[in-house]
Design a protein around this ligand. Sequence first.
Ligand code: 4HQ
Length: 223
Amino acid sequence: MRIDFVTLFPDMFAPIMDASILGRAKEKGLLEWGCVNPRNFSADKHRKVDDRPFGGGPGMVLMAEPLEKAIKSVKKKGTAVIFLSPQGETFTDRKASQLAKKKHVVLVCGHYEGVDERALELFDEELSIGDYVLTGGELPAMVVADAVVRKIPGVLKKEDAAESESFVTSLLDFPQYTRPRVWRGREVPEILFSGDHKKIAEWRHKAAHAATRRKRPDLMSRA
Ligand code: 4HQ
């Protein structure tokens, strides 16, 4: 997959996108990514990309023209163009699975008070990562990229296969334990030392149900 970020702050991306599992995905040839800066497509001699809102009010609005040119410079046949904003449909793990099937995704990061309303037609989808307001769309775009890239076959090790996970099974993860066997007087459940893999799987399934009922009952009532 290739991901292009349309952003006024391209320096924010490499520290996240080239580290850890995303970095390894790139090294393995499973991910390519790049940034395109609308400032490089500004018609203005001062490379202006924002202006004051018509009708007055605080802040600045991103102009449609440099955004359109930036998107057009990377868009191909079959590209999914996505705008990150609190006004979007909520991003979910299910949406991540859908996007993971795409060959090319463009994630457009807004700034300031938002973008000119007439630019919305440039996007296939508008997604929100949650009901809170951030300073820009860069972190949301990387959140989406992270959740999508880990779904690409070969990105995760076999052991933590993306399909067997929390949200896919619509349950929270079962509790995990590691050494030491006793910590501050608290013991690891005996069953985990039994060597009986069927019994352990049953116990984990029950524990996942109990945790979901207690912490996220809203997940249980879903499909
Ligand atoms: N912003 N989910 C404001 C977000 C956001 C979110 C991105 C801040 C867009 C204009 N994006 N800019 N929450 O808070 O996606």
